[in-house]
Design a protein around this ligand. Structure first.
Ligand SMILES: Cc1cc2nc3c(=O)[nH]c(=O)nc-3n(C[C@H](O)[C@H](O)[C@H](O)COP(=O)(O)OP(=O)(O)OC[C@H]3O[C@@H](n4cnc5c(N)ncnc54)[C@H](O)[C@@H]3O)c2cc1C
Ligand SMILES: *[C@@H]1O[C@H](CO)[C@@H](O)[C@H](O)[C@H]1NC(C)=O
Ligand SMILES: *[C@@H]1O[C@H](CO)[C@@H](O)[C@H](O)[C@H]1NC(C)=O
Ligand SMILES: *[C@@H]1O[C@H](CO)[C@@H](O)[C@H](O)[C@H]1NC(C)=O
Ligand SMILES: *[C@@H]1O[C@H](CO)[C@@H](O)[C@H](O)[C@H]1NC(C)=O
Ligand SMILES: *[C@@H]1O[C@H](CO)[C@@H](O)[C@H](O)[C@H]1NC(C)=O
Ligand SMILES: *[C@@H]1O[C@H](CO)[C@@H](O)[C@H](O)[C@H]1NC(C)=O
Ligand SMILES: *[C@@H]1O[C@H](CO)[C@@H](O)[C@H](O)[C@H]1NC(C)=O
Length: 578
């Protein structure tokens, strides 16, 4: 093997002498253009193996570049550039502008380079486990980087990779409701969800209220089985049932050695454990997961807003909200999503699942309104309503949030003890983020309050029951803060923004000692990522990684073991850590 590589390198050097491709550096993954990069015939053979579902990547911005500018197509590409849907339907492009890095930005044509950059070179449109097996084997055999792309929401650059073969899982849309699943420690309703399932796939119009509820994101487009559940997964239903990782009964996966297996409490239980909260795209390729499902029922919802008319009063009102969250925390199933900016506060959604009337949500909020009144703060857009089922609550509240892709984020889990004992320090840090962000374009802080304690959801929340970061159990809410990036923001602007986010994340870290961060809504380059994202689970996760993927076929930023196996070079090429 090693000898072959030396021979290949020598041969490549000779070839290079006559002006063709050169050999890859030793101990690195191959990139297109390397002499060792698989031949067209090898790709064609892979294509046959996967039933013609191999796709050669084409930069989305291609129509905006010479040669062959297509003005009409370019205009459409520009208009849709920050729409989530653009990235959902594409096999390789990802939402994060930081990771797209203007490699073929439609706003920077028509001259200059239109390259794939960090985006995968090929994708397999995965239709079944055998497609994933073929991709894994091909990447192993040909020393090509492997990535997994589902929806492309990932902020940490984990769904892309220069010169990679991507497994595109988005079309694995199975949703099978099982009335009576019999598992190790659970008997009851369940749902088997393919790796590409999103919120809308769970609640098709004809089934609303007649089937079950399943824990899924409060953003409708996030994939359920991919990065979401593998990283933890917070949902509007989390204070009722727990995080998404807490729901999993079994995983159907393809491992790094190309085996199609089940990971459950009784088979490969260590892998089953790691996949529940231990981080995305790092241990195996998920083909499907089976999760607990729950009977649906009425849901009450509420929301309101107030403006920042006077700084002192405004931040006092925000502080009062946090204090009141300590009370709402005890209300069964209460989750709220809120946004704080320098301009105002908005309770985007709140819910009381299994409510009898809208009073079940407006009642518990009333004492907070009394506090606002005492502060002379005027409440606007105050609304409360009762819905026949979870999906119709979702449409009215969480589904109303508009998302665009032009941002970068950081985040932190906020422990209850900090709100109880050190609220002024927390609020000062948030005020700094909201008010000092003008230099980076105005930051919004988004919080989601949850109660995922053992007291609320039982054994699944016991430390060690899953690989979920224990700080989740102590958190009153998780927050992320995003900075907007103009569509044509240059690399230096994005890099400066990233540095700013890390600085503010560090400030939040300082006021939340012993806390942690939700890895899916934080930075890839947080110096304390091991502790903040994995905590006490890190070493046990490392053992699972070493057992199931000793060669590091799966590699991602801020993933367990990533710093010890491969590191990206300046051109994005992965090279072995010596
Ligand atoms: C607009 C927006 C809203 C969000 N809202 C929420 C929310 O409400 N709750 C919440 O918890 N999080 C939320 N997130 C964060 C979200 O959980 C992460 O971005 C998550 O990584 C998305 O997973 P995905 O599979 O959809 O996306 P992708 O970007 O496609 O994948 C993310 C990671 O998962 C890996 N992966 C994907 N599929 C598989 C698979 N089948 N097997 C193994 N690895 C896989 C990928 O390799 C990558 O590392 C939100 C993010 C955005 C951008
Ligand atoms: C794979 O085969 C299909 C069907 O023949 C073809 O349409 C597609 O272009 C091929 N993919 C690549 C990368 O050549
Ligand atoms: C983005 O591109 C610049 C060059 O324009 C490069 O220096 C930088 O490393 C790239 N960053 C990422 C994350 O791709
Ligand atoms: C099943 O329940 C038993 C008893 O509560 C517990 O010891 C065991 O860890 C549980 N197994 C799993 C996989 O949750
Ligand atoms: C609120 O307004 C009333 C009447 O304008 C005033 O008397 C009271 O002092 C104000 N309270 C606060 C906390 O500002
Ligand atoms: C904004 O930043 C400046 C400079 O670091 C600091 O002095 C000020 O206190 C910050 N503002 C807030 C609201 O924290
Ligand atoms: C969480 O919910 C449980 C059960 O409803 C409740 O007893 C508890 O007070 C809440 N908060 C904490 C910190 O456990
Ligand atoms: C980000 O995109 C949204 C939606 O397209 C747009 O309204 C907003 O102005 C953009 N922000 C920046 C900073 O360009």
């Amino acid at each position: 093997m090693k000898q072959n590589r030396v021979a290949a390198t020598l041969f490549a050097l000779l070839v290079a002498g006559i002006g063709s491709s050169v050999g890859a550096p030793p101990n690195c993954r191959y990139l297109p253009g390397d002499a060792e990069w698989p031949s067209p015939a090898a790709w064609a053979e892979l294509n046959q193996t996967v039933g013609g579902r191999l796709i050669a990547s084409r930069p989305l911005g291609r129509p905006c570049f010479e040669p062959g500018v297509d003005a009409a197509e370019c205009a459409v590409t520009k208009a849709e550039w920050t729409f989530l849907d653009t990235y959902l339907k594409d096999p390789v492009h990802v939402m994060s502008p930081y990771w797209m890095n203007n490699s073929c930005s439609p706003f920077l044509g028509p001259s200059g380079e239109c390259a794939l950059g960090n985006i995968a070179s090929y994708a397999i449109n995965v239709n079944n486990a055998q497609d994933a097996v073929a991709g894994v084997r091909f990447a192993q055999a040909n020393n090509v980087r492997l990535t997994i792309k589902n929806t492309g929401h990932d902020f940490l650059g984990r769904a892309a990779g220069a010169g990679s073969l991507a497994l595109w899982t988005r079309n694995l849309k199975e949703v099978t409701y099982l009335n009576r699943y019999r598992g190790c420690n659970y008997t009851g309703p369940a749902a088997r969800l393919g790796a590409g399932v999103q919120h809308a796939d769970l609640y098709p119009a004809e089934n609303r209220g007649r089937r079950f509820r399943v824990v899924a994101g409060s953003c409708a487009t996030v994939g359920v089985t991919g990065g979401f559940t593998q990283g933890g997964g917070h949902s509007a239903l989390s204070s009722k049932y727990g995080l998404s990782a807490d729901q999993v009964l079994e995983w159907e996966v393809v491992t790094a050695d190309g085996k199609h297996i089940t990971a459950s409490p009784s088979e490969h239980s260590d892998l089953y454990w790691a996949l529940r909260g231990g981080g995305a795209g790092n241990y195996a390729v998920a083909i499907s997961m089976t999760v607990k499902a729950y009977p649906d029922g009425q849901v009450a919802g509420a929301g309101f807003a107030f403006a920042n008319e006077d700084g002192t009063t405004y931040w006092a009102a925000v502080s009062a909200f946090f204090r009141h969250l300590l009370v709402l925390d005890k209300l069964d199933g209460y989750v709220s999503g809120f946004t704080i900016t320098a301009l105002g506060f908005s309770l985007v959604f709140a819910l009381a699942p299994d409510a009898k009337s809208e009073d079940d949500i407006s009642g518990p909020l009333a004492p907070f309104f009394a506090e606002l009144q005492a502060l002379n703060v005027t409440v606007t857009n105050n609304r409360a309503s009762l819905h026949p089922n979870y999906a119709s609550w979702f449409d009215a509240f969480a589904g109303q949030v508009e998302y665009s892709t032009n941002n970068s984020v950081g985040g932190r889990l906020i422990p209850r003890t900090v709100v109880q004992d050190d609220l002024p320090s927390l609020v000062a840090a948030l005020r700094d983020i909201a008010e000092n962000s003008t230099t980076v374009g105005g930051s919004a802080i988004n919080g989601v309050s949850v109660n995922v304690t053992e007291a609320r959801i039982g054994a699944a929340a016991v430390p060690g029951a899953s690989a979920v970061l224990p700080a989740w159990r102590d958190a009153l809410f998780t927050l992320n803060f995003g900075i907007p990036l103009a569509e044509d923001a240059e690399w230096d602007v994005m890099r400066t923004g990233q540095r700013w986010i890390n600085e503010k994340q560090d400030r939040l870290r300082a006021v939340t000692p012993g806390g942690g961060s939700y890895m899916n809504e934080a930075t890839f380059d947080n110096a304390n990522w091991k502790e903040d994202y994995f905590g006490v689970n890190y070493e046990a996760l490392r053992a699972v990684k070493d057992k199931y993927d000793p060669e590091g076929l799966f590699w991602a930023n801020a993933a367990v073991g990533s710093d010890a196996s491969w590191q990206p070079a300046a051109d994005g090429r992965l090279c072995r850590v010596q």
